[in-house]
Design a protein around this ligand. Sequence first.
Ligand code: BES
Ligand code: MN
Ligand code: ZN
Length: 497
Amino acid sequence: MAAIKFSAKQISEIDKSSTQCAVLPLFSDRKLSKQARALDKITAKGIQRALDLGDFSGKSGQTLLLTGSGKIKRVLLLGCGDPDKFERKGMRAFASTLYEACKKLSATEATLHMQGLKLKAADQTWFLSYLARHLVCANYRYTETLSKPRPASKLARLVVNVGDTQPVAAANRALKEGSLTGQGMNEARELANLPGNICTPTYLASQARSLGRKHKKLSVSVLDEKKMSELGMHSLLSVAAGSKQPARLIIMNYRGTKASARPYVLVGKGITFDSGGISLKPGAKMDEMKFDMGGAASVFGALSAAVEMNLPLNIIGVVAAAENMPSGTATKPGDVIQSMSGKTIEVLNTDAEGRLVLCDALTYSRRFKPAAIIDIATLTGACIVALGSHASGLLANDDDLARELLDAGQESHDRAWQLPLWDDYQKQLNSNFADMANIGSAGAGTITAACFLARFTEDMRWAHLDIAGSAWNSAPKGATGRPVALLLRYLQDRAEG
Ligand code: BES
Ligand code: MN
Ligand code: ZN
């Protein structure tokens, strides 16, 4: 895939530095900065004339392409709206307008002059990081099973002239971090977009192994069904019982700091296809259940970006991978199984399989003595009813951890919203035939699913992200790479202490 390279520079004499396209942000106050006046000369007063003619007013989302001269081949004006209201929302609009405009150009390089943006100090690095992340994400194309992939932008290099707004080194760090976040999101998207006949539990395991070969500090191990059976993971195995695809438990261990530091553990739901099993799902949109490994995909994406960032943390990714299918060997409603923890579960609905694989992965993870453990799962349709697609659902047994994750979501614009995990909901999981049922009685489906998981995380600092609504879009269909940005922000914040 076409990667975009980013670099920050301090260019004082704009007209002496070559570029295929100078990008100039302009506000609706139509004031021309020093840089704008220099570019106005290069376009034979094209900027001033466009403003006078009313062809460009500087409102948000507006663009105008002018022909340059000398070393500057083109000048792209990009509207930023009211200068007093240019905040993070405006910056996000800026990034997407810039990408859409660049997509139409044949330029392979552009130089963005950001002095005119007059950002607050706290927003300088945020802007660069978000910009790089957005451009990298916007340029992602799914190609694997297409004969004629949609073309990406030709832009291969973006130079950012930071002028005297900030040190070049800090700007480069922000660009790098943003671009790695975008790459992590794209890795998650690619895995999730792959069809279920390619992306099986075995495929996920091989992806993990190849990640492990790429990075010295990352070691990977994979448990097969025999090993899982010896460990007593009958809950996880019960989900794979109806499938020809064997289940896998994938463990990716990144050592970024001293061995004594407790690790952050990310546990991903990796159902590579969820038919519902014997409690078969209706046919409409069932294809979208190939995305039911979105949690696992986000663990891959976040972990590999964290490794690339060389974060000084220990991080362990655990992926519970299985395919949920109906067959003569499948688990049936009413079956009682025993989880690795020893607790028994009555499977009242084989379509509530995510919690069945996660509970054993969570029990397994106790051995790592996590500083915090976060599971990520496309767990409940009820979460889409409650929150739609803008927020991931967040439930936690630790208020500080919940706050840290909510803050990370806010900061990275990959937001989550907390739901209560009160004990009052626990009794909805009562069963006459086992220690608990795998579905809750009517109401609060996202909460009762989390209540089920809470029974397996009792003495760990644990949080659960339900990404059923945020992990993919239905129109046009495609994985979003969420919540990789949230997870990376959370991890970076821990690394920065
Ligand atoms: N993977 C689904 C949840 C899901 C459904 C995510 C639709 C995104 C879109 C999960 O395994 C599931 O089927 N959950 C059931 C639970 C129910 C049987 C208690 C659900 O939400 O209907
Ligand atoms: Mn299901
Ligand atoms: Zn599922």
